[in-house]
Design a protein around this ligand. Structure first.
Ligand code: KG4
Ligand code: ZN
Length: 328
């Protein structure tokens, strides 16, 4: 069995996997803690991880109905992420592993998001194309084997989730912004405010969301407080539609340029209903299978880290004691 620990951002996560089976997947979210700030405050995140990591590991073992005696290796996210947050998970994992002389497995957080597609239900086997869109990252990855991925497109500025979070703040909606925008957008008309669908005419597979955010900021300024209040649903719908259409346009382009049979959608933004629908239609048109990673495996979690760990090298005690975390 593998015990996996993930603390790269604001969720404290631990999971136990038996081969590809997820026996437990515990996430203690700090979203409420950071809500008032409109985003994650790194120092606060680290302090909370410190308090939560042991109880979360205990809960993961308890739910899997096993103890540390049953664990053969400990996997942990080492990069990328908030450095202080990563260090809490890495230090805890090292302490657990060293005390029992267990091997450790260092996992790239993004490979974790990719590896969430290998898990039940309906596990996807490489090769496939992956679109990962979260608060920290937005990328297209070519996945040709279980152990790695090649980034073929990435955001040049904000991540898609970050853009949604900033837009929600501009519109006076809550944090995290993605779900708040989706809810507000239900009553709105996505065509009411023209938003730039950046990069759609540019060749290549990179994304850009900062122009979109600026466009919204100007619209909000011009409308004034009362205007925003009145048109909030339309603004949310228009912004969301622009984010979705950029993601779908680039994923479609990558599918057209390659020879892919399947596309996996992961990351926190993958919970977005309109994105799922639009990507579903884009895949259907091309005869490509769309693998929608279940929501619990889309947002940050340790099961995906345990999944990636199955195809990553194990390092014996004490060679991992000097490991460091890295922000990138
Ligand atoms: O993967 P995740 O939990 O953490 C990061 O690694 O960033 O993703 C969080 C992001 C946030 O920006 C949040 O606004 C966005 O995912 N998100 C959504 C939805 N649910 C979460 N975005 C759009 N629609 C949603 N329903
Ligand atoms: Zn993530």
């Amino acid at each position: 069995m593998i015990l996996a620990v993930e603390t790269s951002c604001d969720d404290t996560c631990a999971a136990v996997l038996d081969d590809g089976r997820v026996l437990s997947n515990i996430v203690s979210s700090q979203a409420k803690v950071h809500e008032g700030f409109g985003g994650v405050v790194p120092e606060i995140a680290s302090r909370h991880h410190l308090e939560l990591v042991n109880p979360v590991v205990d809960a993961a073992l308890a739910e899997a109905d096993c103890g540390l005696d049953d664990v053969e290796a400990i996997a942990v996210t080492t990069h990328p992420g908030l450095i202080g947050a990563l260090l809490v998970g890495l230090s805890s994992a090292k302490a657990l592993a060293a005390a029992r002389r267990l091997p450790m497995i260092a996992v790239d957080h993004l490979q974790g998001h990719v590896a969430s597609a290998f898990l039940e239900p309906d596990p996807l086997e490489p090769p496939f194309l992956a679109l990962i869109a979260s608060g920290g990252h937005t990328l297209l990855a070519a996945v040709r084997d279980h152990g790695s991925h090649e980034v073929i497109g990435r955001t040049l500025d904000d991540a898609a989730g970050e853009a949604l979070d900033k837009a929600a703040r501009l519109l006076g909606l809550g944090y995290p912004g993605g779900p708040a925008i989706q809810r507000a957008a239900e009553a709105g008309d996505p065509g009411s405010f023209p938003m730039p669908v950046a990069m759609s005419r540019e060749p290549g597979l990179d994304f850009s969301f900062s122009g979109l955010k600026t466009a919204l900021a100007y619209t909000v300024r011009d409308l004034g407080e009362g205007g925003v209040e009145e048109r909030r649903a339309d603004l949310a719908a228009s912004f969301q539609a622009a984010v979705v259409s950029q993601l779908v346009a680039k994923a479609g382009r990558a599918l057209d340029e390659g020879d892919w049979d399947a596309l996996a959608l992961g990351g926190g933004v993958a919970a977005n209903g309109p994105l799922r629908e639009a990507l579903g239609a884009a895949c259907e048109r091309r005869g490509v299978r769309l693998k929608l990673v279940p929501p619990a495996l889309c947002t940050d979690n340790a099961a995906m880290i345990g999944s990636a760990a199955r195809w990553a090298p194990r390092t014996a005690y004490p060679d991992y004691l000097g490991w460091d975390a890295a922000a990138r």
